[in-house]
Design a protein around this ligand. Structure first.
Ligand SMILES: [Mg+2]
Length: 160
C-alpha cells in the first residue's frame, strides 16, 4: 500500500506554498489537471493565476500531465504558457520520464501533485518523486467513473 500513500496531503493546490517548495528543494511540479488545478473542464481561476505567478517568479516550473485529451490540456495551459501534456497514460511513468528529460529535471527536484491515488500518487511514486495529494475540486461534477474510484480510495485510506 505504500505506493498509494502520498508523502503529503493538502486541501488545495495553493497549500503547496513557496516555503514548502523551498524546504523540499522542488524545482518542478508535475501536476494533474482535472479536479487538481481546476474542476472538470474549467479553466484556471484567479487563485490559480496568482499561484502560478508566484511559481514563475520564483523559478519553479509547472508542467501539466493529464490523462485527458491534448485539446482539454491546451485550453487550460495556453493562456499561461505552461507546458501541457495530454494522454499521459498515468500511472505508467514512461511518457512523463521523457518529459522530465526534455525539461531537464530529476526526480529529486520534482514534485507530483494530483487528486487521485491510482493515477497520480502511484505515478509519482513510480517516478521516484515526492507526492502531494489534494482534495478534488468540484467533486460533485465528476464523471461516475471517477466517483467510483473515490470509494475505493476511501477504503484504502482507512487502512493507513
Ligand atoms: Mg484529477
Amino acid at each position: 500500500m505504500k505506493f498509494l500513500k502520498p508523502n503529503y496531503e493538502f486541501e488545495h493546490f495553493t497549500d503547496v506554498s513557496l516555503d514548502f517548495l523551498r524546504n523540499h528543494n522542488v524545482k518542478a511540479i508535475f501536476s494533474d489537471l482535472d479536479s487538481t488545478l481546476a474542476a472538470h473542464d474549467e479553466l484556471g481561476d484567479d487563485e490559480f493565476t496568482k499561484w502560478h505567478e508566484k511559481l514563475e517568479s520564483n523559478g519553479v516550473k509547472l508542467i501539466v500531465v493529464s490523462n485527458n485529451s491534448q485539446g482539454r490540456v491546451d485550453r487550460f495551459t495556453k493562456p499561461y504558457n505552461i507546458i501541457g501534456n495530454g494522454m499521459c497514460g498515468k500511472p505508467l511513468p514512461s511518457k512523463i520520464k521523457k518529459i522530465m528529460k526534455e525539461v531537464g529535471v530529476t526526480s529529486e527536484d520534482s514534485l507530483f501533485l494530483g487528486d487521485q491515488l491510482f493515477t497520480d500518487v502511484l505515478c509519482g511514486k513510480m517516478l521516484g518523486m515526492k507526492t502531494v495529494l489534494v482534495h478534488p475540486l468540484g467533486e460533485e461534477h465528476e464523471p461516475w467513473t471517477v466517483r467510483w474510484k473515490r470509494g475505493l480510495e476511501a477504503s484504502i485510506k482507512k487502512r493507513w
